[in-house]
Structures are given as C-alpha cells and as structure tokens.
Design a protein around this ligand. Structure first.
Ligand code: ACO
Length: 328
C-alpha cells in the first residue's frame, strides 16, 4: 500500500562543543591531512557532559514543531532512531516525551544504527496508513562519541553527535514522502558492533576497566564496500518502483559517513557533485542524525528548492540500509 505523507516541518541540533582534526592530533597518532583526505571531515560536534541524546533530540524536535507550526500537545506518536539512547530503559522516546511536557502518546525507539532515521520514517508511514489523523514526530539522534574509544584512531576520528527531526502528517502543506525502502543483512553484523551493554556481553563489575567491546568496533574497508553497493542498490530499487530514473534526481543526500562514500554513490548515479549535499566536513558521521541533519540544512540553505525530487539513502550497522524519495 502506498500513501503520500506530508513532511510538515524539519529541525536539527548539534552541541556547541567542537573537536577539530588538530585537537585529535593531540589525542591519537593521526593528522588533519590523513583524516581529511580519507574522510572529508574537518570538525565534529561533541555533547557536553550534561547533554544526553534526548537533550539533542528535544532541541531538534522543538525546531521541527515550530517549522510545522504545531505544538507538542498535537503529537500522537514519537519514534526515535538511535543506537545511543540515554539508557537501555527508559527509551529515548519516553524521555523526549517527558521533556516535551506531554504523556499518553505511542512512543518508542528504533534500532537500525545509521539507518535509524529512514527506518523511523517508514514506521511513520505505517502509522499514518493505519491512523490518518496521526501527527508523528520522527527523530534521529545520537551521542555517538559516548561510545567511542578515544584511544582508537581508526574510529575516533570519524564520528560526531547531533540530532534531526521531522513532523509528519497525512494532511497539510509541505513536501511529500513518496516512498521509503528498507533492507538489511544480519550476517554482516559482526563488521560493525557495539556489544557492551547487550546480553551477549557480560557486565563489568564496579572498579573493573571498561572493555573495548563497550565502544564502536568496525572493519572500515569492508563497510566502505558494502555501504556503496547497498546504497546504490536500494536507490535503484526506489527509482524503478516509482517510475523514475537517475536523470530525475534533483538532489541526492546520502548518509554522511565519509566524503569518499558520498562521492562514490553520486558517481554511480551520474549525479554531479553540485547536486549531492554533504556536511560531513562539519559534523562527521552522526549516525541516525546524519540524514535529517543534512536534509534540514539543505532545505534551509535553499540547496533543495520547490519542485525538487530528493533522494535520501543511508547505510549502517546491522547491516541496515534504506532509501526515501521526497517531492518538494
Ligand atoms: N590516522 C592515521 N592513520 C590511520 C588512522 C588515523 N585516524 N586510522 C587508520 N590509520 C592507518 C591504519 O592503521 C593503516 O595503517 P597500516 O597500513 O600501517 O596498517 C592505514 O591508515 C590505512 O588504513 P585503512 O583502514 O586501510 O584506511 P582506509 O583507506 O580504508 O580508510 C576509513 C579508513 C576512513 C575508516 C575507511 O575505510 C572508511 O571510511 N570506511 C567506512 C567506515 C565507516 O564509515 N564507518 C562508519 C559506520 S558505518 C556507516 O556509517 C556507513
């Protein structure tokens, strides 16, 4: 069943504190030159000690609600894509609900790592298919740096913290979400893991050192290959299913993991670099926040204009991957 849903408002938030490549050079054996040429990243934002994922999420949510000209009271559902919730229990969505000053809604988190926002978006479509009167807040929010080992140069240079949000309804004015495609391959899950805190990884007793599996661990080269292949595949699928071709794409927004991945996806679709949005230089990889952060910024910068067909695509741990087609 295919329904059009309306993107009523977008919002985003990144913490004030930043971490430049030059600052990372003082922490691990790396260089601005290595980081920039391999990833395109110059700086990333880091949550302060007082900020949790829900705090970032709420800032983005308030902006999305303001842009939608709606009050939190009007929301019926909150779906948060994150792999770095404030706690295992309660869910990040419950904390966000409380901080927005509402209760009694259907709220929950979705675990799809970097694809979390697009998985949550598809969930919003399902909610709106069942409940046409619903007003759904979808958020991608992460404090990835809380799960980064700042002694591991292969991961600590890549990630940053942030949040992005969208309010979705069936009625009203705004860009249309035409379709969303989701996919996954659990057999590749071992290539990107955060095991600590899960049932497969027994707890550390007080006083014991934090084990490495508490942090993001990954096989960078393998991820790179799969990311390009999977995002290309799921973009082809959504274009084909919607009777469009690569020539119809006005703006491409891939997951902001690494400029070389973003560029490679653009090349596969012959989308010229001036139509591919990237802010990875300023935020690094913010996981589930990456797509809504980039989309919200691209709209505010007039990179996305009225009438544009926008293709979003993401890839993340699990492995999970997804695409979405938006008509502005
Ligand atoms: N600074 C300096 N040297 C480094 C650093 C660093 N920060 N990190 C690794 N190196 C070294 C390695 O130790 C290695 O040295 P060696 O040859 O002496 O062993 C050398 O650089 C090359 O390492 P590679 O891993 O082969 O480098 P590569 O060109 O593959 O780039 C990178 C690494 C940037 C991680 C790349 O593989 C990548 O971007 N992969 C995708 C990973 C990703 O985006 N993960 C995010 C989660 S999933 C997602 O969001 C899509």
């Amino acid at each position: 069943m295919s329904i059009d849903i309306v993107l009523r408002g977008l919002g985003r938030y990144v913490p004030e504190k930043t971490l430049t490549n030059a600052a990372l050079e003082k922490i691990v054996d790396t260089s601005d030159e290595w980081i920039f040429t391999r990833t395109g990243i110059r700086v990333r934002h880091i949550a302060s000690e007082e900020q949790n994922t829900s705090d970032l999420a709420v800032e983005a949510a308030r902006q999305a609600l303001a842009n939608a000209n709606m009050e939190a009271e009007e929301l019926t559902h909150i779906v948060v894509g994150t792999f770095t919730p404030d706690a295992m229990v309660p869910s990040c969505a419950c904390v966000v609900e409380e901080k927005l000053g509402i209760k009694g809604r259907a709220v929950y988190d979705i675990a799809a790592a970097c694809s979390g926002f697009l998985y949550a978006l598809e969930n919003a479509r399902a909610i709106l298919a069942l409940h046409p009167e619903a007003r759904v807040l979808v958020i991608g929010a992460e404090t990835v740096t809380r799960r980064i080992n700042f002694e591991d140069r292969t991961t600590c240079v890549l990630f940053g913290d942030g949040a992005g949000a969208a309010v979705l309804t069936r009625d009203g004015e705004g860009p249309k979400v035409l379709d969303v495609k989701l996919s996954s391959d659990g057999s590749l899950g071992r290539l990107l893991t955060v095991n600590g805190g899960g049932s497969c990884s027994s707890y550390s007793r007080p006083g014991e050192p934090i084990r490495e599996d508490y942090f993001v661990q990954m096989e960078g080269r393998e991820i790179f290959k799969h990311a390009v292949r999977s995002m290309t595949g799921v973009c082809n699928e959504i274009l084909e299913d919607n009777g469009r071709t690569r020539h119809d794409i006005d703006v491409l927004i891939p997951h902001q993991a690494n400029w070389r991945i973003i560029d490679a996806v653009g090349r596969k679709f012959d989308v010229p670099p001036e139509k591919v949005y990237s802010n990875v230089d300023r935020y690094g990889n913010t996981s589930a926040a990456s797509i809504p952060l980039a989309l919200s910024e691209a709209v505010d910068n007039d990179f996305v204009k009225d009438g544009d067909l926008v293709l979003l695509t993401s890839f993340g741990g699990g492995f999970t991957w997804a695409s979405a087609l938006l008509q502005f």
